[in-house]
Write a protein that binds this ligand. Structure first.
Ligand code: ZN
Length: 174
């Protein structure tokens, strides 16, 4: 397994719309393992393939707590079939928008159809954090970030901050 570099905003690749996967084979499974390893090492709970620069509709997630047994989840070609009208609010962050958080409202329940690690068709009835997380990750597959839900002003402040961080050279003490 290889830990990959996570792309951060602003980056045009993050705005690409990912393509569906034709079939879940060894190459896709290797990608999912790499994504999971990358996500764990960055201490995230979800990661979409486009965040490591691969425009495929693949998501990995693990919502288990640190002291619990790991519970990796794999979603290939996820489609949201039904969304609840009721909304839930979470303070969201994103590995591609480092250090920035904002309260985002999303449907509090959704039904997701997807292929699992073995390429089998599955349906998941997601609620709570799981529902929010899968919607956040699916947005990545469609080139969308959580900051797109904010006002133009808030979004531009965040992007400015991130651009500044990128241009700052590393500080070294020798
Ligand atoms: Zn994200």
């Amino acid at each position: 397994m290889t830990i990959k570099t996570i792309l951060t905003e602003p980056n045009k690749i993050l705005r690409k719309i990912s393509e569906p996967v034709e079939k879940v084979g060894d190459e896709e499974r290797k990608l999912m393992k790499d994504m999971l390893e990358t996500m764990y090492s960055a201490r995230g709970i979800g990661l979409a393939a486009i965040q490591i620069g691969i425009p495929k509709r693949i998501i990995v997630m693990d919502l288990s707590k640190e002291d619990e047994k790991k519970e990796p989840r794999y979603f290939v070609n996820p489609i949201i079939k039904n969304k609840n009208e009721e909304l839930a609010t979470y303070e969201e962050g994103c590995l591609s928008v480092p250090g920035q958080f904002a309260e985002i409202q999303r449907p509090n329940k959704c039904e997701v159809e997807y292929l699992d690690y073995d390429g089998k068709k599955k349906i998941l009835h997601a609620t709570g954090l799981l529902a929010t997380c899968i919607q956040h990750e699916l947005d990545h597959c469609n080139g969308k970030l959580f900051i797109d839900y904010l006002s133009k002003l808030k979004k531009s402040i965040i992007i400015k901050k991130l651009s500044k961080q990128k241009n700052n050279p590393d500080r070294i003490v020798v």
